[in-house]
Structure formats: C-alpha cells, structure tokens
Design a protein around this ligand. Sequence first.
Ligand SMILES: [Fe+2]
Length: 338
Amino acid sequence: MLNINKKTKLSDAMKEYPGLKDYLVTLRPEYKLLENVTVRNLLAPRMDMVKIAKRGGMSVEELLDLLEAGAEQIMAGEPEDTAQSEKFKEDIKSLMRRMNSGEDLEEIKVQFKELLKKVDPVLIAVAEAELTQEGYTIQDLMNACDVHLEFFAEGLAEAKVDVPEDHPLWRFSKDQEVILNWLQEARELVKEMAQFNSMEEAKEHVARLKELMIKIDVTDNHDVRQENTLFPILEKYGVEEPPHIMWEEHVRMKGTRKGIKKALENPPAGWDYKKLVEYLDGLMITLVETFIQHSMKEHQILYPTALDLLSKEDWDDIAEESTELGYFELPEEVKKSE
Ligand SMILES: [Fe+2]
C-alpha cells in the first residue's frame, strides 16, 4: 500500500517516492511535462491527486489504482540528492564572491554559465540571499546578476514556440520580445545612473526611464489579452493551475512597476541619491528576472499545452477577442519575423 490518497500533494508524494515522477510520465502523455524541472517546481506543490487525475483525463480512483499497480516501480528509484543541491549552491556563492575579487571576469562568467545549466533558478536566489546576509550589497552582486539575467534571456530565446505569423501565439511571443527589450533598456539606464551624484546630473537618464516605464505600462494590454482570451479557454479544458499562477505573476510584476514609478516620482523623504539608485536597481533586477522566468514558463508550459488542446475555432475566437481588446504598438524593426 502506498501512502498516497486523494488529497496528497504531488510535491509530498514525490519526496516520499522518488520513482513516482518517472512512473507518471509513462502513464499519460499529459504527464510528460513533469520531466521539466521548472514545470515540476511550479506545479507539484499546487496539485493534489484529484487534479493530477483530471489532468490525465481519468478519475482519482482510477489514478490511485494505477499507482498501486505500479507501486514497485514507484518505491524504487534514487532519492533526490539534497547534498548535490547544497554543493551547487556553495559553488554558485563561491563564483559570485570571486566576481568581486578582481579576478578575470570573463573566465568566471564562463564557469558561472556552465553551472547555471545544471541548477534550478531558485538556488541562485537562495545563494544571493545568503550572500546579502553576509554583507554583500546589490552593487556587489551586480556582475552575478548580469550573468544570470543574460543566461536566462538566452534560455528564453531557445524556449520560444515556433508558430506562423498569423497565429495568435506569434503576437503574444512578439509582445514578450519587445517588453523584454524595453525592460533591459530600463535596467541599463538604472545601472548607468550609478555614475552620477544627483537626480539633476542624471536628468536625461531619468527622463528616458520615465518614458520607458510609460511604454511598458501600455504593454499591459498583453496581459489583459492573455487573461481574457487564452487563460479562460485553457481553464475550460481543465488546465487551471498554470493560468492561475501566470495571472498572479502579472499582478506581482505590476506591483513592482508601480514601486519603480513611485520611487522615481516621489523618492522617500530622507533618501539620498545613492540609496534611491540602489533601491531602483533592486526592483529593476526583480522585474527583469520575474519577466524572463514568467515568459519562459509561458513558452514551455502554457503555449505548448494550448497548441495541444485548442481547436481551430478556439484560436479564431482568441484572435477576434484580442483585436477587440487591442494591441500596443510594436516598434517598426520587430514587426516582421526574423
Ligand atoms: Fe503572461
């Protein structure tokens, strides 16, 4: 008898039974997504057996019977190696420290990127948080942030779905490319602001940054289109969790953007210029990183799932409703596919 019932969360079950994931993958094509570590971390804590069964198009009783039948395989398998992730985390920290020690940066960057290929992005955040506790500031960790943001952006470019230009996903994907460009430009501006000593000296940068933040605000209709066309249709097909999480991330990113605009318009009393720039930089890194991770999840999970499930009529509906909801203007140079 396995210690799994209707309410067991997939994350808990996987912790107890190392062979569970591989067994599920053999059961239904819908479970193949679990092979992706990002997907697994995203979904496993939020899905119980009822939801897993629904996702695989069966009743929870059927699923539990199938699990019992495969108990031997489920109980076998190697336990997840926590010592290994601990080692990765220490390796990340040591590379981040070396970036501040005056060693050849290019060489460390290569090693850092090699390591990033093997680790879960969460580990990077944990490593950064631990270094902050040791007294490292955002300024100190900037090189490391640049390398991992660059690495994530490369990952996103590889993860993109490939669809023709008249398909609604083409526009969603193009939107994301443009938003990312603007966000990266905004990040660069904040970085450059560190060379000045006052808002007066940095006024050209500040003006361009404000302008960009307004442009990025207008891209909100990208989120609105997703939330009102793609997400509800996926929910109709029983895919509820991923759209829900994506929606939450939209809200979170909007909050970060608001924080950036507020600090620019109305810096808290008592803050000097340096403190303001450091604060803006922290928010900007969070925003770019969340956006890249978010887009990656949409490209790896949401869009492929939609391509599998949605009918021609569904896509026609999405196209029609999107036109009603409106688009933001794409810059001339990206209007066509490369
Ligand atoms: Fe989104």
